[in-house]
Design a protein around this ligand. Structure first.
Ligand SMILES: [Mg+2]
Length: 187
């Protein structure tokens, strides 16, 4: 079987990681309770920033956010290794900007994710992911982002949503914790 995964906020806890970096850079100490109460993908509101200010801050801190020590979600790495071990193909499909392709792939490898040559796609828009997923003929695809998941309904791929506060309205099978994957898939 072919499995495709988004990276940010699907396999790794990037928003929370960025939230803590914002705290440090802005010299604030806003609690994770505030983070957990957010219902938007953006985290800027928790810091009293406008969308534009938040966008600028994110851009200025992007290397730090992407390439420091963002934590994978519990069990994420282990299930990917187990899939590979069972003979499945694991693909990564991230809409990070193209210039982050090499470093993102390297970061995944350095942080213990199984990355096979040619199974890593980076630098498309959210609405272009569907074309890669279709061309690869993925059996399963996992993402957190409504804008992406909403483009997949015409494909035969079994799409799953990684449970996050901003995707609660999606009526799709939902992965809350990666250790539930085996039960979900019944492989
Ligand atoms: Mg994502």
């Amino acid at each position: 079987m072919k499995f495709g995964f988004d990276i940010d906020d699907t396999l790794i806890n990037l928003r929370e990681h960025a939230f803590q970096i914002y705290n440090r850079k802005l010299n604030k100490n806003i609690s994770l309770d505030v983070f957990n109460a957010l219902t938007t993908m953006g985290i800027h509101e928790a810091f009293g920033l406008t969308r534009e200010e938040g966008g600028k801050l994110w851009t200025s801190l992007r290397d730090d956010i992407y390439y420091s020590d963002c934590a994978p979600f519990p069990h994420a790495r282990e299930i990917l290794h187990e899939l590979v071990k069972q003979g499945h193909e694991v693909y990564y499909i991230t809409a990070r900007a193209k210039e982050h392709t090499e470093r993102t792939r390297d970061w995944l490898v350095q942080n213990g994710f199984p990355v096979v040559e040619g199974h890593f796609y980076c630098g498309m828009s959210d609405t272009e992911k569907v074309h890669i997923i279709e061309a690869l003929k993925l059996d399963y695809y996992f993402d957190d982002k409504p804008n992406v998941l909403e483009t997949l309904s015409q494909l035969p791929v079994k799409a799953y949503v990684k449970d996050r506060c901003y995707n609660q309205h999606l009526d799709l099978p939902r992965i809350t914790s990666w250790d539930q994957l085996w039960e979900e898939l019944k492989l």
